[in-house]
Design a protein around this ligand. Structure first.
Ligand SMILES: [Zn+2]
Length: 469
């Protein structure tokens, strides 16, 4: 019996992807011009402000020039285009806090043998990436983010093989209209003795206006840290240079901590490499002292339950971080492990793992989890003044969830419906900075069929170049 890998290999050699038959060549560009910011008012929705105002039944949200101008009942909003909110839950868009978006080209490609696991797959294919592959992977990730109600992404870019790789990645982000942080990192397979391209990072920081998509994107450092576990150690000379550059530029730093053997958080604390500007990812193996060190230093934590579960990093100790007062955000990490970027599923996993881990049905309430995916996630990324909740003066990043589909009706309690029942297909509308990017359940500015077919074509060529089936 030929294996799936043989089958895919044969297809790739023929220059085909398994989806080739479905490929079409539409004339319109896949990511055309972003829609204009129209003035609109959502009427008669169930509005979850994620603010002290709480939930408002039968309420309106008025948006003008990308800003929320009013939230309440029977708003005047004269001249604003009305959007029917009946049957809809309106809430802030989801805040994603760590995602290797270039990896979306490698969706579901972490194999079943050691040599095909996530790290060797990302390394071997990553080394064969072209800048266009970065663009294709990131663009597919952006399309999925919008479809799934994620309005802020933290693109943790750790395959910058040259400035053109960062350019391609940033172009995909800008074209999408998403809000986010682009964290500049090393290349896959970069020697641990070699700092990242600090000259390019510094130039980009100086000229950030060119890259920021009218201020929707900010710049950070995707730092390799003191020990990177499966991908090898980084020398102190190199990791200190990277860290010090970020501090000098005043940009935030993000680092993985997923190595049980070395106690990376303790090491970071000992070397005085923690701080308010440092986000720590996973931290599933963490001692009480390390949790205290994170809290004392004002660090945020990013949890990615589907990569943590799938790869065996263990269960995220969400409640322990929350009890210590550490801002916690939720994340996709990589669709090479998680398969998709479904924030509803991520919330549900976070709640269920915590309740099961502590054997307590009431440990992590749905509403608290929803906060992690919105306002607290925003706090963990330092953007809670702009987004993460619905109140006048904040930028208009929001989603509308249709509650009339069979997987989510009947109406019970809104936060339970969202955390337990909702799926991305229930998202009717997605708005980022006042631009409507999904409407009536469909992507408004992205031609999904073309994005996936071009990504498939890029992947087939990439596998061929890398000799990776
Ligand atoms: Zn990661």
């Amino acid at each position: 019996m030929p294996s799936r890998r043989d089958f895919l290999g044969t297809l790739a050699l023929l220059g085909l992807s398994p989806y080739a038959a479905a490929q079409t060549k539409p004339a319109a560009p896949p990511t055309g011009k972003l829609p204009a910011r129209v003035e609109f008012v959502i009427r008669n929705a169930y509005v979850m402000t994620m603010e002290s105002a709480g939930d408002l039944a039968d309420a309106d949200v008025h948006v003008r020039k990308g800003e929320i101008v009013a939230v309440g009942k029977k708003l005047a909003a004269q001249g604003a285009q009305p959007i029917d909110g009946r049957g809809m839950i309106v809430l802030p868009g989801f805040i994603e806090t760590h995602w290797h978006m270039w990896n979306t080209l490698l969706r579901s490609m972490s194999g079943d043998k050691k040599e095909h696991g996530y790290f060797p797959t990302a390394l071997n294919l990553g080394k064969a990436y072209t800048p266009d592959d970065m663009y294709q992977g990131t663009r597919l990730g952006c399309a999925e983010a919008i479809y799934s109600g994620i309005t802020f992404v933290h693109d943790w870019c750790h395959n910058i093989r040259g400035p053109d790789y960062a350019d391609a990645n940033l172009r995909a982000l800008r074209e999408s209209g998403l809000r986010g942080r682009f964290s500049y990192g090393a290349a896959q397979g970069q020697p641990g003795t070699q700092p990242i391209d600090l000259e390019d990072l510094e130039r980009r920081h100086r000229e950030w206006n060119k890259y920021s998509g009218d201020g929707l994107l900010s710049l950070g450092l995707a730092w390799r840290g003191v020990a990177t576990g499966a991908t090898g150690a980084v020398d102190a000379s190199a990791y200190r240079k990277d860290f010090e550059a970020a501090r000098r530029l005043g940009i935030p730093i993000s680092v993985h901590a997923n190595n049980r053997a070395t106690g990376p958080i303790a090491q970071l604390a000992n070397e005085k490499l923690l701080g308010k500007d440092v986000q720590v990812i996973h931290a599933t193996w963490v001692s009480p002292e390390e949790i205290r060190a994170l809290a004392d230093n004002g660090c945020a934590v990013s949890l990615s339950p589907y990569s943590e579960l799938r790869i065996g990093f263990g269960f995220p100790p969400t409640g322990d971080f929350l009890r210590a007062g550490i801002p916690v955000g939720l994340s996709v990490d990589t669709t090479a492990l998680s398969g998709n970027a479904d924030m509803f599923a991520i919330m549900k996993a976070i709640q269920n793992i915590e309740n099961s881990r502590t054997k307590d049905e009431f440990k992590l309430p749905a509403r608290r989890v929803l906060e992690l995916a919105t306002i607290e996630g925003a706090r963990s990324m330092g953007v809670d003044q702009q987004v993460g909740s619905l109140k006048p003066g904040k930028r208009a990043d929001l989603i509308m969830v249709d509650t009339r589909a069979v997987n989510i009706g009947v109406w019970s309690e809104a936060s339970h419906m969202l955390v337990e029942a909702a799926q991305p297909s229930n998202i009717d509308t997605v708005v980022v900075d006042g631009r409507i990017l999904k409407r009536g359940g469909k992507l408004a500015a992205i031609e999904a069929g073309r994005v996936t077919s071009e990504a498939n074509a890029a992947l087939a060529k990439l596998r061929q170049r890398a000799g990776w089936w």
